[in-house]
Ligand binder design. Structure first.
Ligand SMILES: Nc1nc2c(ncn2[C@@H]2O[C@H](COP(=O)(O)OP(=O)(O)OP(=O)(O)O)[C@@H](O)[C@H]2O)c(=O)[nH]1
Length: 389
C-alpha cells in the first residue's frame, strides 16, 4: 500500500524520518513522498530523510520559528493560517500512486497535537483517498498539560481522520530511563511494525509472489471501521544458514521444513503479536476489525497456519472481520503483525480523559480562585472534553 506521509511537530517529524529510514533500508517502497511541518526551525534542522523542500515552517509571523510551547490552540491556529504552504507541496505529489495519506504527530505537545487535525480536515476536503492518523500519546510523567493536550487532540484528531493508529509512549518507556534516550529505539519499533504492515503486497520486482496477497484494499477495509487502532508484532529467528539457495529451499539440513512446523510457528507468533505488547495496550475482545500479516521466506509461510491464526484471532476478538495474508521476503526471520482496528476497550484512553478533566479543573480553580465554588466552575467551564467512546 502506497502512502504519502505528513509529520507534524517534533515527534511527527522524527517518526516520519524513522519510517523513511526503514523503508529505504528494507527496500519496502511503501512511502511515495513525505512532508515535515513544524513551528520550530530547530526541530526541522534535525531531520535526516525528509527533503529540505518538503520541510514547512508554519506560524513564522506569530512565533518566529521558536515553536508554540505546548500551546495546542496556537498550534492549530498557525497551521490553519499557513496550511496553503503544505497543500501546495501535496499538490505536486503523484496522487494517482497514493493509496492513502498518513499524518503523524505527538499528541501531547502544541504543534503536532493542534496542527495534525487541521491538516487532516483539509486533506479530506480535497482528496478522495483515505486520510489516516498516527498519534503518539505522552508518557504519564510528562505532566498535566501534555495529558490535557493529548486528551483534547485525540478527540479532535479521531473525528477528522478515517482511522487513528495510536502509539502510547507510556507502554514503551523503560523504567529508570529518560523518555528521550529511548525515542530512537521506540521509533525503530514503530517503523518496523508499520513497515511490515503497509509494505505487504508491494512487490520489490522479484518474482516471489504472495499466496494470499494483502493488497491495499484489505488494509483500507480493515481501517474502515474508523475509531482507533493498535498494532502487535512478534518474530522468530529461523534455524538455517543466512544466505544462499539452500537457505531459501530448506531448513539448513537439506530437508524442506514440514508444514506442521511452519503452521505451529505461525499460530504461536500471531498469538504473541496479538496478546503481547501492542502499540496501544487494550482488551482485544473489544475490536471491530483485524488484519494478520505474516512475513518471512516463502517456504515457511504456511497458508494453513495463517488460516488457523486468523480463525484464532476471530475467536479472541469476537469479530468475523479478520483478514489475513502472507508477505514473502528474503529473511532469516518470520514475523507476524496484527492490526486491531476500531478497538473500544482501552483503559489508557479512559485514564487520559480522567486526568485531563482533573487538570482542567485545577487550572480553572487557579485562574478563577476568587469566583464561586469549584463545582460551579466545572459546570460552566470548558465543554470540549466529552467522553470519547
Ligand atoms: N515516540 C516518540 N515520541 C516523541 C518523540 N519526540 C517527542 N515525542 C513525544 O511527543 C509529544 C509531543 O512533543 P513534540 O512533538 O516535541 O511537540 P510539538 O508537536 O513539536 O509541539 P511544541 O514543541 O509544543 O511546539 C511528547 O509527549 C513527547 O514525549 C519521538 O521521537 N518519538
Amino acid at each position: 500500500m502506497k502512502l504519502a506521509l505528513i509529520g507534524v511537530g517534533q515527534a511527527g517529524g522524527k517518526v516520519v524520518d524513522a519510517l523513511i529510514d526503514y523503508d529505504r533500508r528494507t527496500r519496502s517502497g511503501y512511502i511515495v513522498d513525505a512532508i515535515a511541518v513544524n513551528t520550530a526551525r530547530a526541530d526541522l534542522l534535525g531531520l535526516e530523510y525528509v527533503r529540505k523542500e518538503h520541510q514547512v515552517l508554519v506560524g513564522t509571523s506569530r512565533v518566529k520559528g521558536h515553536g508554540v510551547g505546548a500551546d495546542n490552540e496556537l498550534g492549530a491556529e498557525v497551521t490553519a493560517e499557513d496550511v496553503g504552504d503544505i497543500l501546495s507541496i501535496v499538490d505536486d505529489f503523484p496522487v494517482h500512486e497514493i493509496d492513502a495519506f498518513l499524518i503523524v504527530a505527538g499528541l501531547g505537545g502544541g504543534t503536532g497535537s493542534g496542527g495534525a487535525p487541521v491538516i487532516a480536515r483539509e486533506l479530506k476536503h480535497i482528496y478522495t483517498e483515505p486520510v489516516y492518523g498516527l498519534g503518539v500519546l505522552p508518557a504519564r510523567n510528562e505532566g498535566g498539560i501534555y495529558t490535557l493536550n493529548a486528551a483534547r487532540s485525540l478527540q479532535t484528531f479521531v473525528n477528522e481522520v478515517d482511522n487513528l493508529i495510536i502509539f502510547d509512549n507510556e507502554a514503551w518507556r523503560r523504567t529508570g530511563e529518560s523518555l528521550e534516550s529511548g525515542y530512537s529505539e521506540i521509533n525503530t519499533e514503530l517503523a518496523r511494525r508499520l513497515g511490515i504492515l503497509f509494505s505487504a503486497g508491494e512487490t520489490d520486482g522479484s518474482n516471489v509472489v504472495a499466496e494470499s496477497v494483502v493488497d491495499a484494499s484489505e488494509i483500507i477495509n480493515t481501517l474502515a471501521s474508523g475509531g482507533i487502532s493498535t498494532i502487535g508484532y512478534a518474530s522468530a529467528e529461523l534455524d538455517r544458514p543466512k544466505k544462499g539457495l539452500l537457505a531459501r529451499l530448506s531448513n539448513g539440513s537439506g530437508v524442506t521444513e514440514d508444514d506442521g512446523e511452519s503452521m505451529n510457528r505461525i499460530t504461536s507468533l500471531v498469538r504473541r503479536a496479538a496478546l503481547g505488547r501492542l502499540t496501544l495496550p487494550c482488551e482485544i475482545a473489544g475490536t471491530e476489525r483485524g488484519l494478520v500479516v505474516v512475513a518471512g521466506p516463502p517456504d515457511v509461510l504456511s497458508r494453513r497456519g495463517i488460516e488457523r491464526a486468523r480463525t484464532w484471532l476471530e475467536e479472541e476478538t469476537g469479530t468475523m472481520e479478520i483478514r489475513g495474508g502472507d508477505y514473502p521476503v528474503e529473511s532469516n526471520y518470520v514475523a507476524a503483525v496484527t492490526l486491531l482496528s476500531g478497538v473500544y476497550d482501552v483503559p489508557r484512553v479512559k485514564e487520559l480523559q480522567a486526568v485531563a478533566i482533573e487538570t482542567q479543573r485545577d487550572m480553572l480553580a487557579k485562574r478563577q480562585s476568587s469566583a464561586a465554588s469549584l463545582e460551579e466552575l466545572v459546570d460552566t467551564g470548558d465543554d470540549r472534553l466529552e467522553p470519547l467512546f
